[in-house]
Design a protein around this ligand. Sequence first.
Ligand SMILES: NC(=O)c1ccc[n+]([C@@H]2O[C@H](COP(=O)([O-])OP(=O)(O)OC[C@H]3O[C@@H](n4cnc5c(N)ncnc54)[C@H](O)[C@@H]3O)[C@@H](O)[C@H]2O)c1
Length: 297
Amino acid sequence: MLERFEGATAVVTGAGSGLGLELARAAARRGMRLVLVDVQAQALNNAAQELRQAGAQALDFTLNVADAAAMEGLAQAVVQAWGAPHLVFNNAGVGTSGLLWEATAEEWQWVLGANLMGVAHGVRCFVPRMLEAASRDPAWRGHVVNTASMAGLVNPPNMGVYNASKHAVVSLTETLHHDLGLVSTQIGTSLLCPFFVPTGIAQSQRPGADPAHATLSQRLGQQMLDKAVQSGKVSAAQLAEHTFHAVARGEFYIYSHPQALASVRTRMEDVLEARQPTDPLADRPQVREMLGRQLGG
Ligand SMILES: NC(=O)c1ccc[n+]([C@@H]2O[C@H](COP(=O)([O-])OP(=O)(O)OC[C@H]3O[C@@H](n4cnc5c(N)ncnc54)[C@H](O)[C@@H]3O)[C@@H](O)[C@H]2O)c1
Protein backbone atom coordinates (compact mmCIF):
# COMPACT_ATOMS: atom_id res chain seq x y z
CA MET A 1 0.00 0.00 0.00
CA LEU A 2 1.39 3.41 -1.00
CA GLU A 3 1.06 5.58 2.11
CA ARG A 4 4.00 7.96 1.81
CA PHE A 5 3.57 10.39 -1.05
CA GLU A 6 6.21 13.00 -0.17
CA GLY A 7 9.26 12.78 -2.45
CA ALA A 8 7.65 10.01 -4.53
CA THR A 9 6.97 10.36 -8.27
CA ALA A 10 3.49 10.61 -9.78
CA VAL A 11 2.69 10.29 -13.49
CA VAL A 12 -0.59 11.92 -14.52
CA THR A 13 -1.98 11.58 -18.04
CA GLY A 14 -4.56 14.14 -19.08
CA ALA A 15 -2.91 16.59 -16.67
CA GLY A 16 -3.82 19.65 -18.73
CA SER A 17 -7.44 19.82 -17.61
CA GLY A 18 -10.17 18.62 -15.30
CA LEU A 19 -9.52 15.65 -13.10
CA GLY A 20 -5.92 15.12 -14.27
CA LEU A 21 -5.02 18.71 -13.40
CA GLU A 22 -6.60 18.33 -9.96
CA LEU A 23 -4.81 15.01 -9.37
CA ALA A 24 -1.54 16.77 -10.25
CA ARG A 25 -2.37 19.64 -7.87
CA ALA A 26 -3.23 17.15 -5.10
CA ALA A 27 0.06 15.30 -5.74
CA ALA A 28 1.99 18.60 -5.63
CA ARG A 29 0.36 19.50 -2.29
CA ARG A 30 1.73 16.21 -0.96
CA GLY A 31 5.28 17.05 -2.07
CA MET A 32 5.36 14.59 -4.97
CA ARG A 33 7.52 14.95 -8.08
CA LEU A 34 5.26 15.27 -11.10
CA VAL A 35 5.30 13.83 -14.60
CA LEU A 36 2.59 15.66 -16.50
CA VAL A 37 1.28 14.28 -19.80
CA ASP A 38 -1.30 15.66 -22.22
CA VAL A 39 -1.95 15.85 -25.95
CA GLN A 40 -2.85 19.56 -25.69
CA ALA A 41 0.45 21.45 -25.52
CA GLN A 42 -0.91 24.80 -24.35
CA ALA A 43 -3.05 23.34 -21.54
CA LEU A 44 -0.13 21.19 -20.43
CA ASN A 45 2.31 24.14 -20.44
CA ASN A 46 -0.10 26.17 -18.32
CA ALA A 47 -0.47 23.31 -15.83
CA ALA A 48 3.29 22.71 -15.63
CA GLN A 49 3.98 26.42 -15.15
CA GLU A 50 1.38 26.74 -12.39
CA LEU A 51 2.66 23.68 -10.52
CA ARG A 52 6.32 24.70 -10.79
CA GLN A 53 5.44 28.17 -9.50
CA ALA A 54 3.78 26.46 -6.55
CA GLY A 55 7.13 24.78 -5.84
CA ALA A 56 6.66 21.35 -7.44
CA GLN A 57 9.31 19.58 -9.49
CA ALA A 58 7.59 18.75 -12.76
CA LEU A 59 8.49 17.18 -16.10
CA ASP A 60 5.99 17.65 -18.91
CA PHE A 61 5.44 15.58 -22.04
CA THR A 62 3.11 16.57 -24.86
CA LEU A 63 2.05 13.28 -26.41
CA ASN A 64 -0.91 11.15 -27.40
CA VAL A 65 -1.41 8.30 -24.92
CA ALA A 66 -2.74 6.16 -27.79
CA ASP A 67 0.74 6.25 -29.38
CA ALA A 68 2.58 3.09 -28.27
CA ALA A 69 6.07 4.37 -29.13
CA ALA A 70 5.50 7.76 -27.49
CA MET A 71 4.36 6.04 -24.28
CA GLU A 72 7.44 3.79 -24.29
CA GLY A 73 9.61 6.90 -24.77
CA LEU A 74 7.82 8.54 -21.86
CA ALA A 75 8.48 5.61 -19.54
CA GLN A 76 12.15 5.52 -20.52
CA ALA A 77 12.53 9.26 -19.91
CA VAL A 78 10.81 9.08 -16.51
CA VAL A 79 12.94 6.17 -15.31
CA GLN A 80 16.10 7.88 -16.53
CA ALA A 81 15.21 11.12 -14.71
CA TRP A 82 13.70 9.85 -11.45
CA GLY A 83 13.54 6.04 -11.49
CA ALA A 84 10.33 4.03 -11.64
CA PRO A 85 7.25 6.12 -10.73
CA HIS A 86 5.44 5.24 -7.50
CA LEU A 87 2.00 6.42 -8.57
CA VAL A 88 0.64 6.24 -12.13
CA PHE A 89 -2.68 7.84 -13.02
CA ASN A 90 -3.81 6.53 -16.41
CA ASN A 91 -6.45 9.20 -16.61
CA ALA A 92 -6.49 10.85 -20.06
CA GLY A 93 -9.74 10.29 -21.88
CA VAL A 94 -12.29 11.72 -24.28
CA GLY A 95 -16.08 11.84 -24.31
CA THR A 96 -18.39 10.99 -27.17
CA SER A 97 -22.07 10.24 -27.72
CA GLY A 98 -24.59 9.16 -30.34
CA LEU A 99 -26.35 6.01 -31.52
CA LEU A 100 -23.94 3.10 -31.75
CA TRP A 101 -24.31 2.43 -35.49
CA GLU A 102 -23.73 6.10 -36.35
CA ALA A 103 -20.17 6.19 -34.96
CA THR A 104 -17.59 6.17 -37.73
CA ALA A 105 -14.53 3.92 -37.75
CA GLU A 106 -12.42 7.04 -37.02
CA GLU A 107 -14.59 7.81 -33.97
CA TRP A 108 -14.12 4.26 -32.61
CA GLN A 109 -10.39 4.47 -33.15
CA TRP A 110 -10.10 7.88 -31.47
CA VAL A 111 -12.13 6.93 -28.38
CA LEU A 112 -10.63 3.46 -27.90
CA GLY A 113 -7.17 4.92 -28.60
CA ALA A 114 -7.36 7.45 -25.78
CA ASN A 115 -9.66 5.71 -23.29
CA LEU A 116 -8.52 2.09 -23.63
CA MET A 117 -5.13 1.96 -25.37
CA GLY A 118 -3.88 4.94 -23.36
CA VAL A 119 -4.49 2.92 -20.19
CA ALA A 120 -3.10 -0.27 -21.76
CA HIS A 121 0.11 1.51 -22.78
CA GLY A 122 0.42 3.08 -19.33
CA VAL A 123 0.23 -0.39 -17.78
CA ARG A 124 2.46 -1.98 -20.44
CA CYS A 125 5.19 0.65 -20.15
CA PHE A 126 5.19 1.46 -16.43
CA VAL A 127 4.24 -1.72 -14.54
CA PRO A 128 7.31 -3.80 -15.58
CA ARG A 129 9.57 -0.93 -14.48
CA MET A 130 7.68 -0.64 -11.19
CA LEU A 131 8.00 -4.39 -10.64
CA GLU A 132 11.72 -4.15 -11.28
CA ALA A 133 12.06 -1.37 -8.68
CA ALA A 134 9.99 -3.47 -6.26
CA SER A 135 12.19 -6.54 -6.80
CA ARG A 136 15.32 -4.53 -5.96
CA ASP A 137 13.90 -3.06 -2.72
CA PRO A 138 11.39 -4.86 -0.45
CA ALA A 139 10.37 -1.48 1.02
CA TRP A 140 9.47 -0.02 -2.41
CA ARG A 141 5.73 0.61 -2.91
CA GLY A 142 3.81 1.61 -6.03
CA HIS A 143 0.20 2.11 -7.13
CA VAL A 144 -1.66 2.36 -10.44
CA VAL A 145 -4.96 4.27 -10.71
CA ASN A 146 -6.92 3.83 -13.93
CA THR A 147 -9.77 6.21 -14.68
CA ALA A 148 -12.85 4.44 -16.02
CA SER A 149 -16.34 5.86 -15.39
CA MET A 150 -19.74 4.88 -14.05
CA ALA A 151 -20.28 4.25 -17.78
CA GLY A 152 -17.88 1.33 -17.30
CA LEU A 153 -20.37 -0.31 -14.91
CA VAL A 154 -23.70 0.46 -16.60
CA ASN A 155 -24.70 1.08 -20.21
CA PRO A 156 -26.66 4.31 -20.73
CA PRO A 157 -28.13 4.57 -24.24
CA ASN A 158 -26.76 6.90 -26.92
CA MET A 159 -23.15 6.64 -25.71
CA GLY A 160 -22.16 3.12 -26.71
CA VAL A 161 -18.62 3.81 -27.91
CA TYR A 162 -17.74 5.54 -24.64
CA ASN A 163 -19.46 2.80 -22.61
CA ALA A 164 -17.50 0.09 -24.46
CA SER A 165 -14.20 1.91 -23.87
CA LYS A 166 -14.88 2.30 -20.15
CA HIS A 167 -16.15 -1.26 -19.61
CA ALA A 168 -12.85 -2.35 -21.15
CA VAL A 169 -10.94 -0.22 -18.62
CA VAL A 170 -12.92 -1.82 -15.77
CA SER A 171 -12.03 -5.29 -17.07
CA LEU A 172 -8.39 -4.37 -17.67
CA THR A 173 -8.01 -2.88 -14.19
CA GLU A 174 -9.70 -5.71 -12.28
CA THR A 175 -7.46 -8.14 -14.19
CA LEU A 176 -4.40 -6.00 -13.43
CA HIS A 177 -5.29 -6.24 -9.73
CA HIS A 178 -5.46 -10.05 -9.99
CA ASP A 179 -2.31 -10.31 -12.15
CA LEU A 180 -0.28 -8.15 -9.76
CA GLY A 181 -1.62 -10.25 -6.89
CA LEU A 182 0.09 -13.27 -8.46
CA VAL A 183 3.52 -11.69 -8.51
CA SER A 184 3.86 -8.90 -5.93
CA THR A 185 2.46 -7.45 -2.73
CA GLN A 186 4.26 -4.13 -3.35
CA ILE A 187 2.11 -2.60 -6.09
CA GLY A 188 -1.55 -1.75 -5.60
CA THR A 189 -4.29 -0.89 -8.08
CA SER A 190 -7.37 1.31 -8.02
CA LEU A 191 -10.23 1.86 -10.43
CA LEU A 192 -11.63 5.38 -10.46
CA CYS A 193 -15.25 5.58 -11.61
CA PRO A 194 -16.49 9.16 -11.73
CA PHE A 195 -20.13 9.99 -12.41
CA PHE A 196 -20.72 13.54 -13.73
CA VAL A 197 -17.97 15.93 -12.59
CA PRO A 198 -17.61 19.44 -14.07
CA THR A 199 -14.52 19.32 -16.36
CA GLY A 200 -13.76 19.83 -20.04
CA ILE A 201 -14.81 16.27 -21.00
CA ALA A 202 -17.90 17.38 -22.95
CA GLN A 203 -15.68 19.61 -25.12
CA SER A 204 -13.55 16.69 -26.39
CA GLN A 205 -13.08 17.15 -30.16
CA ARG A 206 -11.71 14.49 -32.45
CA PRO A 207 -8.96 16.08 -34.59
CA GLY A 208 -10.28 16.45 -38.12
CA ALA A 209 -13.93 15.92 -37.12
CA ASP A 210 -16.39 18.49 -38.48
CA PRO A 211 -19.13 19.21 -35.89
CA ALA A 212 -21.36 20.28 -38.83
CA HIS A 213 -21.49 16.60 -39.85
CA ALA A 214 -22.74 15.39 -36.46
CA THR A 215 -25.93 13.33 -36.60
CA LEU A 216 -29.06 14.21 -34.62
CA SER A 217 -28.28 11.58 -31.96
CA GLN A 218 -24.74 12.94 -31.62
CA ARG A 219 -25.96 16.53 -31.29
CA LEU A 220 -28.58 15.55 -28.69
CA GLY A 221 -26.02 13.46 -26.83
CA GLN A 222 -23.58 16.37 -26.85
CA GLN A 223 -26.21 18.72 -25.37
CA MET A 224 -27.15 16.20 -22.69
CA LEU A 225 -23.51 15.52 -21.81
CA ASP A 226 -22.74 19.25 -21.58
CA LYS A 227 -25.66 19.78 -19.21
CA ALA A 228 -24.99 16.71 -17.06
CA VAL A 229 -21.24 17.39 -16.72
CA GLN A 230 -21.70 21.07 -15.89
CA SER A 231 -24.37 20.35 -13.26
CA GLY A 232 -22.21 17.75 -11.47
CA LYS A 233 -22.22 18.47 -7.73
CA VAL A 234 -18.83 16.94 -6.88
CA SER A 235 -15.89 19.02 -8.12
CA ALA A 236 -12.80 17.59 -9.79
CA ALA A 237 -10.74 18.98 -6.89
CA GLN A 238 -12.91 17.13 -4.33
CA LEU A 239 -12.68 13.91 -6.33
CA ALA A 240 -8.89 14.21 -6.61
CA GLU A 241 -8.57 14.57 -2.81
CA HIS A 242 -10.95 11.66 -2.29
CA THR A 243 -8.85 9.58 -4.71
CA PHE A 244 -5.62 10.22 -2.79
CA HIS A 245 -7.30 9.22 0.51
CA ALA A 246 -8.65 6.05 -1.13
CA VAL A 247 -5.20 5.18 -2.53
CA ALA A 248 -3.64 5.67 0.92
CA ARG A 249 -6.26 3.27 2.33
CA GLY A 250 -5.55 0.76 -0.45
CA GLU A 251 -9.12 0.88 -1.80
CA PHE A 252 -9.74 -0.60 -5.23
CA TYR A 253 -13.08 0.92 -6.34
CA ILE A 254 -13.22 4.70 -6.05
CA TYR A 255 -16.55 6.44 -6.71
CA SER A 256 -17.48 10.11 -6.95
CA HIS A 257 -21.20 9.40 -6.43
CA PRO A 258 -21.76 6.17 -4.45
CA GLN A 259 -25.51 6.84 -4.62
CA ALA A 260 -25.36 6.13 -8.37
CA LEU A 261 -24.44 2.50 -7.63
CA ALA A 262 -28.12 1.48 -7.39
CA SER A 263 -28.12 1.24 -11.20
CA VAL A 264 -25.07 -1.06 -11.07
CA ARG A 265 -26.91 -3.35 -8.66
CA THR A 266 -29.91 -3.43 -11.00
CA ARG A 267 -27.68 -4.30 -13.97
CA MET A 268 -25.94 -7.07 -12.02
CA GLU A 269 -29.34 -8.51 -11.04
CA ASP A 270 -30.40 -8.41 -14.71
CA VAL A 271 -27.27 -10.40 -15.56
CA LEU A 272 -27.73 -12.94 -12.75
CA GLU A 273 -31.41 -13.46 -13.41
CA ALA A 274 -31.03 -13.39 -17.21
CA ARG A 275 -33.64 -10.60 -17.45
CA GLN A 276 -33.94 -8.10 -20.27
CA PRO A 277 -31.52 -5.22 -19.46
CA THR A 278 -33.34 -2.61 -17.33
CA ASP A 279 -33.54 0.79 -19.05
CA PRO A 280 -30.77 2.91 -17.43
CA LEU A 281 -32.94 6.00 -18.01
CA ALA A 282 -35.95 4.49 -16.20
CA ASP A 283 -35.41 6.90 -13.29
CA ARG A 284 -35.27 9.88 -15.70
CA PRO A 285 -38.47 9.40 -17.70
CA GLN A 286 -38.46 12.92 -19.22
CA VAL A 287 -35.00 12.37 -20.71
CA ARG A 288 -36.02 8.91 -21.95
CA GLU A 289 -39.20 10.32 -23.50
CA MET A 290 -37.37 13.25 -25.15
CA LEU A 291 -34.66 11.01 -26.64
CA GLY A 292 -37.20 8.44 -27.87
CA ARG A 293 -39.42 11.14 -29.38
CA GLN A 294 -36.59 12.97 -31.14
CA LEU A 295 -34.76 9.89 -32.39
CA GLY A 296 -37.69 7.58 -33.00
CA GLY A 297 -39.62 10.19 -34.98
N1 LIG B 1 -15.91 14.58 -15.99
C1 LIG B 1 -16.74 13.55 -15.91
O1 LIG B 1 -17.94 13.73 -15.69
C2 LIG B 1 -16.20 12.16 -16.08
C3 LIG B 1 -17.06 11.09 -15.80
C4 LIG B 1 -16.58 9.80 -15.94
C5 LIG B 1 -15.29 9.58 -16.35
N2 LIG B 1 -14.47 10.63 -16.63
C6 LIG B 1 -13.10 10.34 -17.08
O2 LIG B 1 -12.16 11.13 -16.39
C7 LIG B 1 -10.97 11.25 -17.17
C8 LIG B 1 -10.51 12.69 -17.17
O3 LIG B 1 -11.43 13.47 -17.91
P1 LIG B 1 -11.93 14.91 -17.44
O4 LIG B 1 -13.34 14.77 -17.05
O5 LIG B 1 -10.97 15.50 -16.51
O6 LIG B 1 -11.95 15.65 -18.87
P2 LIG B 1 -11.03 16.83 -19.44
O7 LIG B 1 -11.40 16.92 -20.89
O8 LIG B 1 -11.19 18.06 -18.60
O9 LIG B 1 -9.54 16.28 -19.28
C9 LIG B 1 -9.05 15.23 -20.08
C10 LIG B 1 -7.63 15.57 -20.51
O10 LIG B 1 -7.11 14.44 -21.22
C11 LIG B 1 -6.42 14.92 -22.35
N3 LIG B 1 -6.41 13.89 -23.39
C12 LIG B 1 -7.48 13.44 -24.10
N4 LIG B 1 -7.08 12.53 -24.99
C13 LIG B 1 -5.74 12.39 -24.84
C14 LIG B 1 -4.76 11.60 -25.48
N5 LIG B 1 -5.10 10.76 -26.47
N6 LIG B 1 -3.48 11.70 -25.08
C15 LIG B 1 -3.12 12.55 -24.08
N7 LIG B 1 -4.03 13.34 -23.45
C16 LIG B 1 -5.30 13.26 -23.82
C17 LIG B 1 -7.19 16.15 -22.79
O11 LIG B 1 -6.39 16.99 -23.61
C18 LIG B 1 -7.57 16.77 -21.45
O12 LIG B 1 -6.59 17.70 -21.02
C19 LIG B 1 -11.33 10.70 -18.55
O13 LIG B 1 -10.81 9.39 -18.68
C20 LIG B 1 -12.83 10.66 -18.53
O14 LIG B 1 -13.38 9.69 -19.42
C21 LIG B 1 -14.90 11.91 -16.50
